[in-house]
Structure formats: C-alpha cells, structure tokens
Design a protein around this ligand. Structure first.
Ligand code: C2E
Ligand code: CA
Ligand code: CA
Length: 277
C-alpha cells in the first residue's frame, strides 16, 4: 500500500514538473498562440444606449483571456502582444466566429438595427480573412437586423496608401461603418476624419472622467462641438456617474456607454438584462 502511494505521488510529481517545465520554456508568443487555438480568448459585450430614449442601441465586442493557470490577462497586455507577434489576425478570426455563434440564434432578442461594434487593430487592415469574417457575420445575423461598425483607434498610426483606402472602401460597400475610437487622445483626429470618413466618433473616457462637480469640461465640450460640426454621431465612453450621463445628454451626445449603464458581460447576462427592461 505504502509503495503504491509513493509510486502514485512520484508519478504525479513528475508529470506536474514536466508540465511546469514545458510551460516555463514556452514563449509568451506560443502561449498566446495556443490560447487562441484553444479558444481561451472569448468575447464579452458592453452595451451602449441611445441618450434620449434610453434604449439599447448597440453592443461593443471586447476580448477576454482567462488563462487557466495565470487567471485573467488584460486586453491591454495581450492585444499588443498579439499585434507584435502577428497573432492579431487569428485572434480576431476566432473572436468573430464566437460572436457569430453567440448571436446567431439570439439576435431576435435584441431590438432591430442593433449596432455591433468590433475593435480593429491597425494590423487587421488588409487582412482578407477579416473581410470574409465580417461578411459571414452579416450574412448569418441577417444583415437587415444589425449594423456592423468597425472601431479603429486613433492612438496607433495608420499609413494611408491607395491599397488601404480600397480596403476600407470594400468594407463600406458591404454597409460596414467606421467609428474613430479614443477620439481626442491622438494627434491626428482631423486627418483621420478626412481619410476614413467615419460615421461615429467615440469620445475617450479620459475626457468623460473630467465631467465632475468641479471638473473642467472644456475639452469634452470642444470635442462634442467638433464632432457636431463634422456631422458625426457621438458615442461617449467611460460614463461612470449619473452626473456625467446627464451632462452628456444635455450636450446632445447621441449614445452613452460605461459602467454606469453596464460593464462588459457574457452574452447570456446581456440577453437577460435586455429582456428584463
Ligand atoms: P477600448 O476599445 O477603448 O474599450 C474600452 C475599454 O474601457 C474597455 O477595456 C472597457 O472594458 C473599458 N470601460 C468601459 N466602460 C468603462 C467605464 O465606465 N470606466 C472605465 N474605467 N472603463 C470602462 P478593456 O475591455 O480592458 O479593453 C481595453 C482595450 O483593449 C480596448 O479599449 C481596445 O483598444 C482593446 N481591445 C479589447 N478587445 C479588443 C479586440 O477584440 N480587438 C482589438 N483590436 N482590440 C481590443
Ligand atoms: Ca473600442
Ligand atoms: Ca476607446
């Protein structure tokens, strides 16, 4: 009996050490690559609301990675890693496939013409699979029921070549709209508006957080004014308080998004919340 236990323990110990050694010698690149293939990176959804009616207008897809050993890894860590190691294309592909699976049989539980916002990395541009995936998403969700929006950050530089303009034109022809994300944080807002001709701008949470009792609202005011002059629709992100929501509503920001209304959540929780309203 004693021998059996020792044997069992030592067998387990060897296996554990082998596993540990394998994990430790793996590079972050192969760990991330394996996670993508095993579908450990999953979508969560954060709703945004029409500021005047209060009804849900759309959902933003955000990636989450819960590593079985290390726990949750922030997208601010794994998205740049995926970009650096050319893994953003497979990551986005698997993510969109999961979005299709999540929404295909649930889309009728949401209001018609729901916006579905996907975040696009600069490194996704020109990827033919991204085009195919977004078209598949539109086809499987019955494109008349949803409106696809690609959120592109102005934080990373985009080099506007004729090829890139053509790629964006193809997306536009498929009725896919663009939103300029993190608006006001880069130094290229006006040139991006001219080059991309977006339908939306997303005012960064940095500016929304300045709306407080004694806060300085001059920056957020001028960003709203600029967007209005350019006939762009505004999504204000990072709304955390009633005071911020009220202020943005008063300033005629079209859509509101943030923890005050709801954190990013799994699809079943979102469906529950939408149908409880
Ligand atoms: P983002 O696109 O600007 O997304 C908004 C971030 O703010 C999200 O962080 C969201 O969870 C968080 N947020 C939302 N409401 C509030 C609020 O009221 N207060 C505060 N403090 N934060 C709020 P998250 O999910 O950690 O994502 C971080 C960034 O990672 C995103 O910023 C986006 O740039 C990138 N990212 C996430 N998922 C994807 C993806 O699937 N593809 C790409 N390319 N990038 C992604
Ligand atoms: Ca975004
Ligand atoms: Ca943003």
């Amino acid at each position: 009996m004693m021998i059996t236990t020792t044997k069992l323990t030592s067998g387990w110990f060897t296996r554990f050490n082998t596993l540990l050694a394998r994990l430790l010698t793996l590079s972050p690149e192969s760990t991330l690559s394996a996670a993508i293939e095993k579908r450990e990176i999953v979508p969560v959804y954060q709703p945004f609301f029409n500021s005047q009616t209060g009804t849900i207008a759309g959902i933003e897809v955000l990636a989450r990675w819960n590593h079985p050993l290390y726990g949750p890894v922030s997208p601010d860590t794994f998205i740049p890693l995926a970009e650096k190691h050319r893994l953003i294309a497979p990551l986005t592909h698997h993510l969109i496939q999961q979005v299709i699976a999540d929404l295909q049989h649930r889309i009728q539980l949401f209001p018609d013409r729901l916006y579905i916002n996907l975040n696009l990395s600069v490194r996704n541009c020109l990827d033919p699979r991204f085009e195919t995936d977004t078209l598949e998403l539109l086809q499987k969700l019955a494109s008349s029921q949803v409106q696809l929006v690609i959120e592109i950050t102005e934080r990373d530089p985009l080099h506007f070549t004729p090829q890139l303009s053509e790629w964006f034109a193809t997306l536009r022809q498929a009725n896919i709209s663009l939103a300029l994300d993190d608006f006001g944080t880069g130094c290229s807002n006006i040139s991006y508006i001219h080059a991309l001709d977006p339908e939306f701008i997303k005012i960064d949470k940095l500016f929304v957080s300045q709306i407080s009792e004694n806060g300085d609202t001059r920056l957020v005011d001028s960003l709203i004014e600029l967007a209005k002059k350019m006939h762009l629709r505004i999504i204000a992100e990072g709304v955390e308080t009633k005071a911020q929501a009220d202020y943005l509503r008063l300033k005629d920001s079209d859509f509101l998004q943030g923890y005050y209304f709801g954190k990013p959540m799994k699809i079943d929780e979102l469906v529950g919340k939408v149908n409880a309203c």
